[in-house]
Design a protein around this ligand. Sequence first.
Ligand SMILES: Cc1cc2nc3c(=O)[nH]c(=O)nc-3n(C[C@H](O)[C@H](O)[C@H](O)COP(=O)(O)OP(=O)(O)OC[C@H]3O[C@@H](n4cnc5c(N)ncnc54)[C@H](O)[C@@H]3O)c2cc1C
Length: 400
Amino acid sequence: MTRRHAEIVGAGFAGLTLGAALAQRDWTVRIHERSPECRTFGAGIWFWENGFRVLNAIGACDDALDGAVMAPSWESFDEGGKTIDRFEFGNHETGGRIFCIVRQQLYEAVHQAALRSGVEIETSSTAEGATPEGELIIEGGKRYEADLVVGADGVNSNVRDTVGLLRKRTVHSDGAIRVIVPFTEEEVCEPGWDRIFELWSGPRRALYTPCSRETLYLCLTSLAEDREALQVRVPRDVWARSFPKLARFIERMPEEGRWDRFETIKLHRWSKGRVAILGDAAHAMPPGLGQACGTAVVNALGLATTLDEEKDIDRALEVWEARERVLTEHTQWWSWSTWPITRVPPWLAHAVFNCPGLSSWIAKQRARPSLYVPYGTAGDPRWLPPEMRTKGAAASAVGA
Ligand SMILES: Cc1cc2nc3c(=O)[nH]c(=O)nc-3n(C[C@H](O)[C@H](O)[C@H](O)COP(=O)(O)OP(=O)(O)OC[C@H]3O[C@@H](n4cnc5c(N)ncnc54)[C@H](O)[C@@H]3O)c2cc1C
C-alpha cells in the first residue's frame, strides 16, 4: 500500500507535533516554514499534564522537561498584597501537574522529535493558500498535492483564509510583553522561589514564573492604550514602579521587548475537503489558563491517531472535530474569562473567586483541560522523570 502524504504549513508547536505523530504512523510528511530557521518566539511557557502526555507519546517529554520547574502553586495579589485567588497544582480539584519551561527548550524537544521521526522541513517556504482538493500553493507558484494539507500557520493563517473557514476573530483590549531574566544562586535558595504568582496594579499585571534554576519568565500585561508602559524600549522604571516587589528582576530585563496582543479565533469548521486547520490558526485564545499550546498539541495527536484508525479522511476529520471541539471551546472561554481580567476590579475578582460553592465550581471548570486524557494516550504510563522510573517510586511520586 502506498504511504499517505501530508503537507503541513507552519513549524510551530502544532505543526511539528502533528508531523511527528503522523510520521510515527507511517505517513510521509513535509512541513513548510516561512522563516529561514526553525525557532519559537516568546520566553517561558506553562505546560500541563494533558500537554506532556502528548509530548510523552511523541518521544519529546524527557528533553522538554529536563531542568524545568514543577510549580507547587499559583496565587494572585492585589496592590495591597491581599490574595485575590490561589490554588495548589497537581490534584483533581485544580488540575494536573504543571511545568514551567523555557519556550525554546520545549520547541527544540518537539522539533527534534519531528526530525527523528523522519519529517522533512522546508524553511523559507511560505504558503499562499490551499484548495479543498488537497493542493498547497507556495509563494512563487510551486504547488504540492497531498492526501491532507494542514494549516498550522498561526493566527494569521493563509491556509485557513483561502478555504474560507474563519468565523470570528476577536482582537482583545490587552496583550503582554514576555521576557526571560536570569536568577542568581541566592534567589533560588529563597523559600517559595518556585511558586508562580501574579501581581495586579490598576489594569497592569505581572506574572512571575520560574522556568529553571537559572531562568525566570516575566510576563507583563497591559491594555493596548497604556502608552506609558508600551514604549519601543521597555520602560523598566515604569514597570518597577507598578510592581516594586519584582523591581530587582525588572531591572534585569532586556530593553527590547515585543508586545503581543491577545486574540480569540473561531472557525465555521476545522476542515474543508482535504484541508484541516490546527493550533492557533483554528482556536487561538488569551493565555488565561496557559493552555493554548497544550490544546494545540492535544488536537494534533488526536488528529494523527484518528487518521490512523479511520482510513477515510473525510470521516476521520469529522470524528476528530466532534471529539475535540467542545473541550477546546470550553478552554477558550475559560481562558478569556479568568485572566488577565484587566476589565475587572480586584474587589470583584476577589468576591467571585472566594464565593463558597462558586469558587470550587470555577476551579473545576479551569481544571478540565489539564485533566483530559488526550486521545491516543490512554494506554500510556504517566510521565515521570527518569530518576523516578522504578517500581514503587512511580506509585508514590507526584500523587500518581
Ligand atoms: C503572552 C502569551 C503567553 C502564552 N502562554 C502560554 C502558556 O503558558 N501555555 C500555553 O499552552 N500556551 C501559551 N500561549 C499560546 C501559545 O504560544 C500558542 O498557542 C502556540 O504557540 C500556538 O502554536 P501554533 O503552532 O499553533 O502556532 P505558532 O506558534 O504561531 O506557529 C505557526 C508557525 O507557522 C509559520 N507560518 C505562519 N504563516 C506561514 C505561512 N504562510 N507559510 C509558512 N509558514 C507560516 C510561523 O512562522 C510559525 O512558525 C501564550 C501566548 C501568548 C501570546
